[in-house]
Design a protein around this ligand. Structure first.
Ligand code: UD1
Ligand code: UDP
Length: 374
């Protein structure tokens, strides 16, 4: 009898990293695949569902404006639990470190349903950076019966926590599967990513820096410093344009709108769908970000990435020399950007296409491992 696999996700990055798994499981007749979105994110999730062609079987529609972690987690636990009671899956598959992933694992555990964790074993060893994701990952790691570690580094982190070695598998990160998939889609259908034409015209001849920022631990002082760094770079460098799709979290929007209004060479734009964001990375000389996923994608596309965090649970890019941690100190961010803009040797040392995170076949491995686990 086909195993029932309940795939649970809720935010933009989970959807991007989970759609290759959903595609692979659905293409494999050995599974009954049920998808459940918490819709912890709404607009940004729907952008990914649309491009990936996924119509969820269950949609909890949980996003509320400026939601709190406890209110969200409570709603997730009861909502996801109800879906599990109705579907009675053999496996619950969760991805990464969000509230949805953590609550999905916990609701499954309360029902003694086995959990498979995609992107397992990432650790910064600091429970407040990233916050609350480091603890979410540890909770999921305690519960999961199968751990799909993207790299040998993440597998080693799990072994160091005494996770049974036979349950840990290095699969690569599914984000590389997603990036390759969307790149092929754009090649076949360029109109999917043609919506940046106006930005491209407006900033013709300028050197583009792509920016994203949204981390909860940076709310307050960190985001303000990031905004001031962007302002300083924009004012000092008319040869540069900064393109910043702003996260819809009101805590992010308010700071960026206030600090960066009226700068001719800064474009604050709505979140881009995945094909357009891939296009933005391709157009950019440098990526400046506090995002997890962008740290993995930029090296794959040969773009230097400056990471506005104090620590990272993704040291592979830093070790490979394609990513650098610059924290959230304004002067440091500005200095590092100027160095990359002006020092050709420093730039080319970082601008190597390098893929420590995967080879694009992670979802196929995950599917096989789930089948073998029975
Ligand atoms: C969440 C994840 C974080 C991940 C990030 C990716 C947790 C605890 N955090 O953080 O790990 O890096 O997603 O973006 O799970 N909003 C919208 N529209 C959207 C999405 C969000 O308006 O499509 C606004 C809403 O006001 C919402 C707020 O953003 O309440 C915060 O969303 P939430 O998912 O709680 O936190 P993120 O900071 O996005
Ligand atoms: N992304 C996107 N549109 C945007 C900004 C980001 O599609 O406007 C993608 C990006 O390519 C990456 C993912 O969203 O795959 C990262 O999501 P986010 O930064 O919200 O979360 P994190 O990775 O930090 O958890």
């Amino acid at each position: 009898m086909a195993q029932t696999v309940l795939v649970v996700f809720g935010t933009r990055p989970e959807a991007i990293k989970m759609f290759p798994v959903v595609h692979a499981l659905k293409a494999d007749g050995r599974f009954r695949v049920v998808t459940c979105v918490s819709a912890q994110h709404r607009g940004m999730l729907d952008q990914v569902l649309a491009i990936a062609g996924i119509v969820p079987d269950h949609d909890l529609d949980l996003m509320r404006p400026d939601q709190t972690l406890d209110g969200l987690t409570a709603a997730l636990l009861t909502g996801l639990g109800r879906v599990m009671d109705a579907e009675k899956p053999d496996w619950v598959v969760v991805q990464g470190d969000t509230a949805t992933a953590m609550a999905g694992a916990l609701a499954a555990y309360y029902r003694k349903i086995r959990v498979a964790h995609v992107e397992a074993g990432l650790r910064s060893h600091n429970i407040y950076h990233p916050w609350p994701e480091e603890v979410n990952r540890k909770i999921i790691g305690t519960i999961a019966a199968l751990h799909f570690a993207p790299t040998e580094t993440s597998a080693a982190a799990l072994r160091a926590e005494n996770v049974a070695p036979a349950t840990i598998h290095v699969t690569g990160n599914t984000v590389i599967d997603a990036l390759q998939w969307v790149t092929a889609r754009i090649a076949a259908e360029p109109a999917l990513a043609s919506g940046l034409a106006e930005i491209e015209r407006r900033f013709a001849g300028k050197r583009i820096i792509g920016v994203t920022s949204h981390r909860r631990e940076n709310f307050g002082g960190g985001l303000e410093a990031i905004a001031q760094a962007i302002r300083t770079i924009a004012e000092a460098r008319p040869d540069v344009a900064l393109v910043f799709p702003v996260h819809p979290n009101p805590n992010v929007h308010a700071v960026m709108d206030e600090a960066l209004a009226g700068l001719a060479n800064v474009a604050l734009i709505e979140p881009l769908d995945y094909p357009h964001f891939a296009r933005l990375i391709a157009l950019s000389e440098i990526m400046l970000t506090d995002s997890g996923g962008v740290q993995e994608e930029a090296p794959a596309l040969g773009k230097p990435v400056l990471v506005m965090r104090e620590t990272t649970e993704r040291p592979e890019g830093v070790e490979a020399g394609t990513a650098r941690l610059v924290g959230t100190d304004k002067e440091r961010i500005v200095t590092e950007i100027f160095t990359l803009l002006d020092d050709k040797a420093a730039y080319s040392a970082m601008a190597r296409a390098h893929n420590p995170f995967g080879d694009g076949h992670a979802a196929a491995r995950i599917t096989e491992l789930l089948h073998n686990a029975g």
